[in-house]
Write a protein that binds this ligand. Structure first.
Ligand code: B12
Length: 153
């Protein structure tokens, strides 16, 4: 079990933010999404999980309908750097919802720093890859910016 940093002073009921969990159009892996849902629920979010092989229009519809506090994109099949880029470009045309992406976003030996920089430039607040992905995500969820969004609802 991965231990995530938690703020014991903040009861879960004070954090009823909505998190929208999604993958990318080509990615059929599902356990990454289930795992993230559980992490987010433990952190106090109500989660809508759109599942695998998610068409971009479905994500846009869900953003319009649910007005989530956080969009969490996960991809592990290696195409996340391109499909995640298309996804955030589409989202940013109509929404400023805070969005993060993580997982195994490339195949081979692509320069991870360049991938992270390019996805961040396109509009992700943070990109989580490699061994530190989950601890870093835990810190992100406990950051004042995320708590502020969730608490403000
Ligand atoms: C099970 C599995 C499958 C199953 C999936 C079944 C299902 N219903 O999910 C099947 C057989 C369908 C499959 C298919 C394929 N797979 Co597959 N699969 C796996 C496998 C063995 C386990 C994945 C898994 O469930 N892990 C458990 C979950 C909980 O962990 P996770 O996915 O790693 O996610 C963790 C982290 O990545 C991270 N994380 C993920 N997303 C995010 C997002 C955020 C925001 C954060 C903070 C963290 C985070 O947190 C998670 C928990 O630790 C992995 C190899 C491995 N051992 O990891 C390969 C693997 C992911 N598959 C791979 C590949 C290549 C494929 C195929 C292309 C194979 C093929 N030639 O057909 C297809 C792709 C299908 C597609 N269209 O996407 C590669 C991807 C390579 C890459 N990215 O460089 C892997 C890594 C195998 C390998 N070593 O080559 N696969």
């Amino acid at each position: 079990m991965v231990e995530l940093p938690r703020n014991p002073d903040l009861p879960a009921l004070l954090r009823p933010g909505i998190a929208l969990v999604t993958s990318t159009p080509s990615d059929s892996h599902t356990w990454n999404l289930v795992f993230l849902q559980l992490v987010l629920e433990e952190a106090g979010f109500a989660v809508r999980n759109l599942g695998a092989c998610t068409p971009i229009p479905l994500v846009l519809d869900a953003c319009r309908g649910l007005r989530p506090d956080l969009l969490v994109v996960s991809s592990v099949n290696g195409h996340g750097h391109t499909e995640g880029a298309e996804l955030i470009a589409s989202v940013r045309r109509e929404s400023d919802v805070p969005a993060v992406i993580g997982g195994m976003l490339t195949t081979g030996r692509m320069d991870q720093e360049k991938v992270v920089a390019s996805l961040t430039r396109l509009g992700y607040e943070a990109v989580f890859t490699g061994d530190s992905a989950l601890p870093d995500f835990g810190l992100f969820l406990d950051s004042p910016a995320v708590r502020g969004v969730a608490d403000a609802r």
